[in-house]
Write a protein that binds this ligand. Structure first.
Ligand code: AMP
Length: 210
């Protein structure tokens, strides 16, 4: 099964990818996570990506396409994979087609901008271990402190209010057209991303069984 999850930043793609990859025993691939790791490790790709990521802009296609191509060539991808955050532009989708990757389904998780702004604005991450929290939906036991390791909770640079607006603008301009791209290919399914998390997972699994 080769699956693409589409949706705005904060639509819940990462959460759903984790649940579904568990159920289907295929890896979930997040280009955002791979890029953050590359930035942390100071690799060439990381150096090329950092300023774009901090500004809420997209990393250039050629950088991300090369990373993705490498990742899906790995052994654990031979029975399929879930792509979370790739493709994000039409040229990236075309590159995937040119690699000979035949997608089974593109699932769009639809969430209104106002909901996204509240979700991302409340997100906190541990600067030490990377664990993720939300001031309303998943608050830590002690405000500002990580439950797992006692590290300090911070707002990710790209979750600052102004950057969130930029990320949403970029999403509507460059990523939202992908819904049409996959609709024309007969692969698009849209789910309501404001539902309870378990209900969204159930709906996605039902689509995949059909
Ligand atoms: P994410 O965690 O998926 O929101 O990704 C974080 C950041 O990584 C994005 O705001 C982009 O700067 C960059 N990024 C992740 N995936 C892609 C992609 N497919 N194309 C371009 N930039 C990406």
């Amino acid at each position: 099964m080769k699956l693409i999850l589409l949706g705005a930043p904060g639509a819940g793609k990462g959460t759903q990818a984790e649940f579904i990859c568990d159920k289907l025993s295929i890896p979930s691939i997040s280009t955002g996570n791979i890029l953050r790791e590359a930035v942390k490790n100071g690799t060439e790709a990381g150096k090329a990506a950092k300023s774009y990521m901090d500004a809420g802009a997209l990393v250039p296609d050629e950088v991300v396409i090369a990373i993705l191509k490498d990742r899906i060539a790995a052994d654990d991808c031979k029975n399929g994979f879930i792509l979370d955050g790739f493709p994000r532009t039409v040229p990236q989708a075309e590159a995937l087609d040119q690699m000979g990757v035949s997608i089974d389904a593109a699932i769009e998780i639809d969430v209104p901008d106002a909901v996204i702004e509240t979700r991302l604005g409340g997100r906190r991450v541990c600067e030490k271990c990377g664990a993720s929290y939300h001031i309303v939906n998943k608050a830590p036991a002690v405000e500002g402190i990580c439950d797992k390791c006692g590290g300090k909770l911070i707002v990710r640079k790209d979750d600052q209010p102004e950057t969130i607006k930029d990320r949403l603008r970029v999403y509507h301009e460059q990523t939202a057209p992908l819904a049409d791209y996959y609709r024309k290919a007969g692969k698009l399914h849209t789910v309501d991303g404001t539902q309870e998390i378990g209900a969204i997972t159930a709906q996605i699994l039902k689509i995949l069984e059909a």
